[in-house]
Design a protein around this ligand. Structure first.
Ligand code: SOE
Length: 383
């Protein structure tokens, strides 16, 4: 067994999910490289201290540039808002650290290209945290599609719908500000929908999209609450999309319809896809992530129809390390699986997937959708 020292930059939602993954991984997936939760990094000392206590980080640090230069750090995990990914990844690559980065890779395609060039120059491992690829049902879907069970693919429908900002009083947080997030629903949740599609159905070659911001001004939020102006909270401009939808063509000749919205009431984290082929179809819903719906057109007449498979048997990846069939897993397990694969790749000297090459492919689609929404024309995806 050997320890690898982790530096995690970011301690809120993704910091919490990644901390849990580093803490749990070797309890359920024994392996040679054991992550040591060395230092957690962020801006707010009080918040960092609480996170360090909650997840067992040895140290806290508010200067991320100092952290990435430390000789005792092996892996840098960038789990910050998107505007910081570029500078942090370039600095960590310069310091020859292996890197895990939250999605999307950058806030622009230009940033993403520079990030890929930096890690290639440094010769370090790099993985993008498209954690949903590590759901056993997604591995099963990929196996069915690659085996030809669905036949020739005609349609891909992907929708990632949430509803957490439908209240007009919800404040202007960083995800609603282009300076920090790059884009809104498109880059945050649309990136996941695109990754599902390209992981399972191959690359997207052409898109045409449109974006909408339903609520254009929101109360300005400070880290402690709202700036009070006379007559109520000051309001600021929302500079990203609340909803982006697009049509797509895939390299394999199939066609795609995509939705990414934060204004679909009742859809808390509804990341879904349906894929339709000449011999069968699949349907998946993240809110029921242990299940995969399968339709096989070659079943005898009178017996056809979608059936729901419980993907909890040990024959599927990961799931046997947790519980017996039917005991289901959840959102946080996908991060544990991703960290397990990263550590095993590091041990074997192999490049993990999805890495920054996949990240560029994803960012190129995001970029093409943005350009097509502006031009109102079909736009080629160029990496
Ligand atoms: C917010 O939309 C969010 O936290 C995304 O940023 C994550 O990537 C997704 O896993 C859950 O929803």
């Amino acid at each position: 067994m050997a320890e690898v020292n982790i530096a995690l930059i970011g301690y809120k939602f993704m910091g919490k999910a990644h901390s849990n993954a580093f803490r749990q991984v070797r309890r359920f997936f024994p392996g040679k490289l054991v992550p040591r939760l060395k230092v957690i990094c962020g801006r707010d000392r009080a918040g960092l201290k609480a996170a360090a206590q909650q997840f067992g980080w040895e140290e806290i640090e508010t200067d991320w540039e100092k952290v990435v230069r430390r000789k005792d750090i092996d892996i840098v995990d960038v789990s910050t808002p998107g505007h910081l990914h570029h500078s942090m990844v370039l600095a960590a690559a310069r310091a020859k650290k292996h890197i895990i980065c939250e999605k999307p890779l950058g806030n622009t395609l230009k940033e993403a290209r520079e990030m890929l060039a930096a890690v290639k120059r440094a010769g370090v491992l790099h993985m993008l945290m498209f954690n949903y690829r590590r759901i056993p049902a997604i591995a099963y879907a990929r196996k069915l599609m690659r085996s030809g069970k669905l036949g020739k693919i005609y349609h891909w429908h992907g929708a990632y719908l949430q509803d957490w900002i439908m209240d007009p009083e919800f404040p202007l947080v960083w995800r609603l500000d282009k300076k920090f997030a790059g884009t809104g629903a498109l880059g945050d949740i649309g990136a996941h929908a695109i990754d599902f599609a390209q992981y399972l159905n191959g690359n997207i070659t052409e898109v045409i999209g449109h974006s909408t911001t339903f609520i254009k001004r929101r109360p300005v939020a400070t880290r402690q609450g709202r700036l009070k102006a006379k007559g109520g909270p000051e309001k600021g401009k929302v500079t990203v999309d609340d909803d982006t939808n697009f049509l797509a063509r895939f390299r394999n000749g199939s066609v795609g319809v995509f939705e990414s919205s934060r204004f679909c009431g009742g859809r808390r984290n509804y990341n879904t896809f349906q894929v339709y082929g000449s011999k069968g179809s699949l349907a998946f819903n993240l809110e029921r992530l242990n299940e995969l719906e399968i339709y096989n057109s070659e079943e005898p007449a009178g017996e056809q129809g979608f059936k729901t498979v419980s993907v909890t048997e040990a024959v599927h990846p990961y799931v046997g390390n947790w519980w017996p069939p039917g005991h289901i897993i959840g959102y946080e397990h996908t991060f544990v699986h991703a960290v397990k694969d990263f550590l095993d790749c590091l041990d074997k000297g192999r490049m993990p997937r999805p890495n920054f090459e996949d990240g560029i492919q994803n960012q190129a689609v995001l970029d093409a959708v943005e350009r097509s929404a502006a031009s109102r024309r079909w736009t080629e995806v160029t990496v």
